[in-house]
Design a protein around this ligand. Sequence first.
Ligand code: NAP
Length: 270
Amino acid sequence: PRIRAVVTTGGRGLGRDIIDRLPGLEIVACSAVGTEKLDLAACRARGIAVTNTPDVLTDDVADMAMALLLMARRRLVEGDAHVRSGAWAREGMFPLTPTLTGKRLGILGLGRIGQAIAARAEAFRMEIGYVARAPRDVPYARLPDAEALAGWADALVVATPGGAGTRGLVSAPVIRALGPGGTLVNISRGSVVDEPAMIEALASGALGAAGLDVFAAEPAPDPALLALPNVALSPHHGSGTVETRDAMARMVVDNLVAHFNGAPLISPVA
Ligand code: NAP
């Protein structure tokens, strides 16, 4: 009964089981943008305020998307091993890879992070297309759905929220449409991609390569995924820089201070 505030992360969230045991709870401050593991309905029903940390992490996550795109498409993980293992001297030149310049980038979910990815892709002279539920005032091609976007694109970056609304959005047909020359990057949530279908496609060559910051199972992703050479992996570290984690922590504290001072919250979740 003495607990009035909870601080949590996107990965941990806060379930109804705990919310129900905190009768004095007034605010949940989540250090993440994604709140799909937080029972928002339970909070709403009790009038409990919820805050997250948008904007401050956008650039780092967009950087991670571009890094994974280059890692996967230019086979940087294998190239690194080629040098370290001495294979370069023993076996010679590393195989040629597809380029990024001038190719089509499909962005699934053109929100804050999606638009920051688009800005970076413009500097790579990529042609940009997107899917979002509502049209955006942007100079990019809007495709009707994920499958059409994947069929159009050379590389597809997933930047939607996670949760029930986007579960399995990148389905087996979407992955097939991206094709053997295609690169899939996911910095959103593992749940948005049909992971078994992606693994099968990567193993058979039906999908060219993938760069993944997020997984269906974290922190121990499917071993079948880890065994594939055409995958670049990152431990859900899109926002994992010193500067951004400091800014996120600051935002959590500022929201709590605002709440307990009776001031407007900095970043309430609707
Ligand atoms: P945002 O500004 O809310 O953008 C999300 C976009 O996704 C919105 O523009 C929304 O547009 C679109 N969207 C939602 N449902 C969709 C659907 N079914 N089909 C297509 N588009 C859909 O959020 P953000 O700040 O960019 O963050 C996006 C997500 O990135 C977060 O929710 C989180 O899961 C993830 N994230 C990951 C990391 C990491 O470390 N890897 C860090 C931060 C965030 P419409 O409503 O117009 O469709």
